[in-house]
Design a protein around this ligand. Structure first.
Ligand SMILES: O=C(O)CCC(=O)C(=O)O
Length: 249
């Protein structure tokens, strides 16, 4: 991984793909740990910490894996992830927030509306990113996530309630895709996708026969401050939408 080149591209485009960062064996171990985690914890999680597809059975997303499981806590500190975050903001005290599983299941993975992660986190200054490890191939067929190139430079945009469980906020108005083109983040298992917290991103439905799973960890500078007033409004909306724990998406 050419960290200098990736860092430069991250600041320019607001997202990057780093190829072949984790080996096939490592991805297999992650997959096994994920299966065990789901077996051990899924049934015990509150609304808001786990979301299901409309069938009520298939996991759409699951939050805070690292808080329950040392394997995933260690993975958030892996030097390939944390090191990349530190290389991107070398003068900032970079820390991990929490790890999320995005399932995008074969056949019934529902769309993610256009949003900025900072539309949920509300950090100022916006010194943060999400780093995702691909567990499956991410292709045009299975609804690879799309990032709007350069949209991180728009600053924090207005968001509004989406009504979508697991993605409670969406952009209030669409952005000009002729200026900020949507690029599919195509990955193989073991690749990393990194996107800035102000990069607009979204995905369609997965109607293919191939799931499109990834494990995503937030990294942020611990000196950022949250807009607590706006955050309280979003929290209230999340509680209305899904109840339970209400501090994630
Ligand atoms: O799975 C998706 O398409 C959306 C994931 C997402 O919003 C994120 O990684 O921040």
């Amino acid at each position: 991984m050419d960290v200098n080149k990736l860092t430069e591209q991250f600041h320019l485009d607001g997202f990057i793909i780093a190829k072949k960062v984790f080996t096939v064996d490592e991805v297999n171990r992650i997959d096994e740990a994920l299966t065990a985690h789901i077996t051990n914890f899924a049934a015990t999680l509150c609304a808001g910490d786990i979301f299901y597809e409309p069938d009520g059975k298939t996991i759409k997303s699951m939050f805070r894996l690292d808080r329950r499981d040392k394997f995933f806590a260690d993975l958030t500190q892996d030097p390939r992830q944390l090191g990349l975050a530190k290389a991107i903001y070398p003068s900032e005290p970079m820390e991990s927030t929490y790890m999320t599983y995005f399932g995008k299941a074969a056949g019934d993975g529902t769309p993610a509306p256009p949003h900025q992660d900072n539309g949920f986190a509300l950090w100022e200054p916006p010194l943060g990113m999400n780093i995702s490890i691909a567990i499956d191939p991410h292709t045009l067929n299975n609804a690879a996530m799309r990032c709007n190139r350069g949209s991180h430079r728009l600053g924090l945009l207005d968001h509004t309630s989406s009504g979508v469980p697991g993605f409670s906020q969406k952009l209030a108005a669409s952005i000009d895709e002729s200026l900020y083109p949507a690029v599919a983040c195509l990955m193989e298992p073991g690749d990393l996708m990194v996107h800035h917290i102000n990069t607009v991103h979204f995905s369609g439905a997965n109607r293919s026969t191939q799931s499109r799973r990834m494990l995503t960890t937030g990294y942020w500078s611990s000196r950022v401050k949250r807009d607590e007033v706006r955050y309280a409004v979003i929290q209230a909306e999340r509680l209305r939408l899904h109840g339970g724990v209400a501090d994630v998406k």
